[in-house]
Structures are given as structure tokens and as C-alpha cells.
Design a protein around this ligand. Structure first.
Ligand code: GTP
Ligand code: SPV
Ligand code: MN
Length: 611
């Protein structure tokens, strides 16, 4: 298709303006076909950027520039009209100023390259929860990844019609080519100080410059489906969340759906594909990263997965930790920043086996002796800790049959969690919706490698796992969650709201070992949640919420009765510190926008802990 065939006049004009600004050598409108995918892959392989993997059909390995390996949070901007609308947790630049700076960067930025126009749908094409975006990009790597992660192509333009709403997304890697110049097999990107991942919430626009990696460049994901969508959701009365969606079936065949928010690299993909160790239980995947939820006519909250693929953390993924992910990536998969073995396969730390052969190519492109074991050596990793796979969701052996149902799946429970070595129990049910919102608001985690510019290891609060993804003031976001509950109550559907839980798979003992084995054993906590949702008498009320009644969660092998009791009890001293930290450091940053319901909740918990 060429530009003149576009029926949407606004879209056509937007593309034409981008062409005159960015001056690409040519323009291609993506149709989303297999032929197009194959053609892009050929471009990438011929240019030396992509390496075909002998061991995996139709799969390719890419190595990015060492400066371009994860989201750049301190180059990510919410450029709302006022700084107060972006709030204390976002970086803000005045939108007029930012557009000026970026327009200068965009001038001629696609010289010598093709401009790809990628029309995509987040959510099943035509679903009334779905949203359309159009990404303009000069990266063929972005095109192939978008093919997997979103629904791309002509069918999207059909839904858009002549004047439909779309989120315009500019993306350039920021590396124009001079005459006769080529990338020479090197990942093109701009230096850090020129990278900008910008969002204009009022005008629903995304402008990204300088990075080709993950959430910085695949603009349907964090930029549209979370930062812009969170603003749309606030305005339109729904929820756009950093949550996996799972389907769980009990031994009697009864089904529930749960949506769980954990910060980046804290186990969403794992939990979404979990193989229960509890006999008779089954978990299936609806989504592994993002959930969009709206109330149905029956008053229940329905969730869709706006994505169509997994962009999952590779290191640590193995047949024991995530068998279903390993099955999902056997073919048709793009790998980025993994190691390359002599026999033409990918490799990473904790893949479950040492690397075959004598040598291995690490993610920086250096040859190293092939590691005999799969243990990580800090600073010497073969795969970057944020190396990722991009795989079609439909390849997951436990993908739920309804994962693309346009009306979504009804959610019974929300789980919030993070990596917390102490204090936070294995599983804890909130006493009420507001108490649940309180728990979401104080979610925290040890920092992981998913963001480039943060010190791994320390704990940071990551409210609702949305800290880097909320497109507006976090205090207003808390209020929006409170309002969702109030709306349901007012409409007589309060009893249909999902129950809210807090979980923690990451408690450690004095020797820094995990107390809880995690992974498939997490099914024990999920089963407890399932039964709570059915109103089973399996909990004890405590100062911090409803904890498992002793004996209602069988300890898995290797967990003593004492350890189990510790995981399911209130650490009063730890919680007092937690509350003090929230009161002194966390909540004050939201100022007058902190909903009074949450400070009241804080007071109430403190009172209970002291009584
Ligand atoms: P994003 O894609 O960055 O949003 O992250 P995610 O939440 O999907 O992360 P993912 O599931 O890929 O988490 C990966 C990391 O969490 C790996 O290091 C896993 O080994 C670890 N992990 C996942 N589940 C568990 C668990 O139950 N226990 C422990 N100890 N580690 C876990
Ligand atoms: C995350 O960091 O939460 C991710 C990866 O899911 S990225 O798409 O790069 O944001
Ligand atoms: Mn994520």
C-alpha cells in the first residue's frame, strides 16, 4: 500500500508531515503479513544485525549497543501541560519546549533509512476495549517485534476507517546515514543524552527518540498500553495496569481469573505460565505483562491482554522455572542480548545447563570460554541480565482458549507483590477495597535489571508496579482506584469487585536464601486465594489483613512448619518500620493529592499494630 491509498485523511497528513521532517529515503506502510515479516528479517540478517539460529526454526538473535539494553527511566517524560499533572514520580518537561527539542532531533533523522508506518491494535482488532496506534519507525527490528507483540496491518486501518481515533507514535533510533554509509552490523542508536521517551497525555501522543530497545521503542507496550492508556482509563473510567492475567481451574473444574501486578522482572511471566505443584489444579495464561479492564453489564470487571506476544526476561528462564516459556520460544522467536553457542543456539545464565562447545559469544559480541555451569558471574554475564525473548503468545502451550476474547475475562482477584526479603507475608487478603488500594499504593521491591539507570538491590516503592508507567499524578491514580471501588458500590455491584491480595515469593532467611521455593509452589497461595474468593473460612484476621489460617496452606517440600508459620504471620516490628517508612518517606511526596482514604488507612493499620 502507498500513502495515497490511505483513507484516513488525518493519518495521511500526519505521515506526510513526518516524512518532510524526518526525510527518510523511502516510506513503507506495513501490512502485517508473513511475507513482510520475512522480508524485514532478511534486511536485518543481510545487514549483519540479526543472526539466524540453527537450533530454532525461524528464530534470530540480536545484540544491541551496550548503552541500549533496557528502559531509560530518567530519559522518560510525561510532558503534560503542567508539572503537577505529571506528579512527583514522573520526569516532566514543558510540552512546548520538549517538542521543540525533539523536533530539532527529528529533523533529517531518517536520512538514508526507510520509514516504516506500523498501524497496530492493542487488543483483539475491533474489540471495544482495544485501542489503535500508528507507529512511525526507522527500525526494521521494531517492525518485526511489533508484528509479534501487537496486531499489525491493514485490518487495523480498516477498523480506523476515514476518521477513527489512533495514538500517533513517532519513533526514530536517531542515527541517520550519510551517502553510502551503513550500520556495518552495529546496533544503531543515539547517545544517552539524546534519548527521549516522551508522552503528551493531553494530546495522546508518543515521541520516542534514540533507543531501539524494548519498552523505549516498541511503543504499543509501555508507552501506549500503560502511560497513555492510564490517562485514557482515568478519563473514561477503566483500568490500564502492569498486570499479568491468569486463568486458574480447581480440581472440581471451577474457573477463576486473577490479575497480578508485580514490578518489572519480579515474576509476572513466571506466574502467568505456572505449572501448579498442587495436584488437580491448572493454570493457563491470558497475558503476562499488561491488563486493560472495564466493567461489564453484569457489574464485573473484565480484562483483556492488549498484547499478542511475550517480551520476557531470558536469564533465569529454564525448564524448571518456566517450562511453558521455554516451549513458547522454540521457534518464531526473536532473542535480544542473549549469548550465542557454537552450535547456533542461544544461551543465558540459569538456562539449566552449561554452554555446549569450547567458546561462546557474549551479548557484547566477545568470544569467551563456554561456561561449564549456568551460574551467573556478576559483571561477567554472557547474556545481559535484561536480555529478552519476543515470542508469539499463541505458541504458549498453556495459552487460555479465551485469551483473545474481545469481551475479556471476569477478574475475581487482584494480587500485588514484589521482591521483599522481609516483613511482607506470603499471602495476605485486604480487609476492604480501600485497604487493597492502600496495599497497592505501598507496593515495593528490590530493584532489578529491567531499568538501566537504577542501583540493583535496594528497595524502592513501586505503587501498583506502575511507578515507571503511570501517565499522570500518582496521587490522582490512587484516587482513580478508590473511585472504581466507589462506582461499583454505588451501582450495587460492590460484591462483584475483585478481592485484593498482597503476595511475596521472595522472603529470605539470615543466610540470604529464599525461604519460599516459589515458581510452581506459588500455586499453593493461588489456591488459597481461589478459596477466599469463594468465601471459604481459611483465614485469620490480623492487624495487616487476612492471613492464611494455620494448616490451610500445606508447606511445600523443604519448607518447615516453623518457616511456614513465619511466612504467614505478622512481623509486628517489621510492619511498624514499614508504616513509618510510608508515613515519613513515601506518602508525603504526593502532597495534597494523597487521597485522605489512604492516610486514614495508614492511621488505622498503625493503630491496630500498636494495640
Ligand atoms: P517484566 O517483563 O520486566 O515486566 O517482568 P516480569 O514480572 O514478567 O518478570 P519475569 O516473570 O520475567 O521475572 C523474572 C525473574 O523473577 C527471574 O529472575 C525469575 O527467576 C524470578 N522469579 C519468578 N518467579 C519467582 C519465584 O516464585 N520465586 C523466585 N525466587 N524468583 C522468581
Ligand atoms: C518491563 O520492564 O516491565 C518490561 C520490559 O516489561 S519493557 O517492555 O522493556 O518495558
Ligand atoms: Mn513489564
Amino acid at each position: 500500500m502507498n500513502l495515497n491509498e490511505l483513507k484516513h485523511a488525518g493519518l495521511k497528513k500526519w505521515i506526510e508531515d513526518a516524512v518532510s521532517l524526518m526525510t527518510p529515503e523511502s516510506v513503507e506502510i506495513c501490512d502485517g503479513s508473513k511475507a513482510e515479516y520475512d522480508r524485514m528479517i532478511k534486511v536485518l540478517v543481510d545487514s549483519g544485525l540479526g543472526t539466524p539460529l540453527k537450533a530454532r526454526p525461524n528464530s534470530y538473535l540480536f545484540h544491541s549497543d551496550p548503552s541500549d539494553v533496557a528502559r531509560v527511566e530518567n530519559r522518560t517524560y510525561i510532558a503534560s501541560k503542567t508539572e503537577d499533572d505529571a506528579g512527583p514520580t514522573n520526569h516532566w518537561i514543558d510540552p512546548v519546549e520538549l517538542k521543540k527539542t525533539m523536533t530539532d532531533l527529528y529533523k533529517g533523522c531518517m536520512k538514508g533509512r526507510t520509514m516504516y508506518v506500523i498501524p497496530f491494535s492493542m487488543g483483539p482488532v475491533g474489540s471495544d476495549i482495544a485501542k489503535i496506534g500508528v507507529e512511525i519507525s526507522d527500525s526494521a527490528y521494531v517492525v518485526v517485534n511489533m508484528h509479534i507483540m501487537t496486531r499489525v496491518g491493514s485490518k487495523v486501518l480498516d477498523v480506523l476507517g476515514t476518521d477513527g481515533f489512533y495514538v500517533p507514535c513517532f519513533h526514530s533510533i536517531g542515527k541517520p546515514l550519510g551517502p553510502g554509509e551503513s550500520d556495518n552490523g552495529k546496533w544503531p542508536c543515539a547517545p544517552l543524552e539524546h534519548k527521549y521517551i516522551s508522552h503528551f497525555p493531553e494530546t495522546r501522543e508518543i515521541w520516542s527518540y534514540g533507543s531501539g530497545y524494548g519498552g523505549n521503542a516498541l511503543l504499543g507496550k509501555k508507552c501506549l498500553a500503560l502511560r497513555i492508556a492510564s490517562v485514557l482509563a482515568r478519563d473514561e473510567g477503566w483500568l490500564a495496569e502492569h498486570m499479568l492475567i491468569l486463568k486458574i481451574t480447581d480440581p472440581k473444574g471451577s474457573v477463576k481469573y486473577m490479575a497480578c501486578a508485580f514490578p518489572s522482572a519480579c515474576g509476572k511471566t513466571n506466574l502467568a505460565m505456572l505449572i501448579p505443584t498442587l495436584p488437580g489444579w491448572k493454570v493457563e495464561t491470558v497475558g503476562d505483562d499488561i491488563a486493560w479492564m472495564k466493567f461489564g453489564a453484569d457489574g464485573r470487571l473484565y480484562a483483556i491482554n492488549p498484547e499478542s506476544g511475550f517480551f520476557g526476561v531470558a536469564p533465569g528462564t529454564n525448564n524448571d522455572s518456566n517450562f511453558n516459556a521455554m516451549e513458547s520460544i522454540k521457534s518464531n522467536t526473536i532473542f535480544t542480548n542473549c549469548g550465542l553457542t557454537e552450535d547456533g543456539d542461544i544461551w543465558w545464565e540459569q538456562i539449566g545447563y552449561g554452554a555446549p562447545g569450547k567458546e561462546i559469544l557474549d551479548w557484547k559480541g566477545n568470544k569467551k570460554p563456554a561456561p561449564q555451569t549456568d551460574k551467573a558471574v556478576k559483571g561477567e554475564e554472557v547474556a545481559h541480565p535484561n536480555a529478552r525473548f519476543t515470542a508469539p503468545a499463541k505458541q504458549c502451550p498453556v495459552i487460555a482458549s479465551e485469551w483473545e476474547d474481545p469481551k475479556g475475562v471476569p477478574i475475581s482477584a487482584f494480587l500485588f507483590g514484589g521482591r521483599r526479603p522481609s516483613t511482607i507475608p506470603l499471602i495476605n487478603e485486604s480487609k476492604s477495597w480501600i485497604h487493597g488500594v492502600f496495599m497497592g499504593s505501598i507496593t515495593g521491591s528490590e530493584i532489578t535489571a529491567a531499568a538501566l539507570d537504577l542501583a540493583a538491590g535496594t528497595i524502592r516503592r513501586d505503587p501498583f508496579a506502575m511507578l515507571p508507567f503511570c501517565g499522570y499524578h500518582m496521587g490522582d491514580y490512587f484516587k482513580h482506584w478508590i473511585n472504581i471501588g466507589k462506582k461499583a458500590e454505588a451501582e450495587g455491584h460492590g460484591d462483584k469487585l475483585p478481592k485484593i491480595f498482597f503476595c511475596n515469593w521472595f522472603r529470605k532467611d539470615k543466610d540470604d536464601h529464599f525461604i519460599w521455593p516459589g515458581y510452581g509452589e506459588n500455586s499453593r497461595a493461588l489456591a488459597w486465594v481461589f478459596e477466599r474468593c469463594d468465601g471459604k473460612d481459611n483465614c485469620v484476621e490480623t492487624a495487616i489483613g487476612n492471613l492464611p489460617k494455620p494448616g490451610t496452606i500445606e508447606p511445600p517440600a523443604g519448607v518447615s512448619a516453623e518457616a511456614m508459620a513465619e511466612l504467614c504471620s505478622v512481623d509486628i516490628e517489621g510492619w511498624k518500620k514499614e508504616i513509618a517508612d510510608v508515613r515519613e518517606k513515601h506518602y508525603p511526596q504526593f502532597g495534597a493529592k494523597l487521597p485522605k482514604e489512604l492516610s486514614e488507612e495508614l492511621d488505622a493499620i498503625e493503630k491496630r499494630l500498636n494495640s
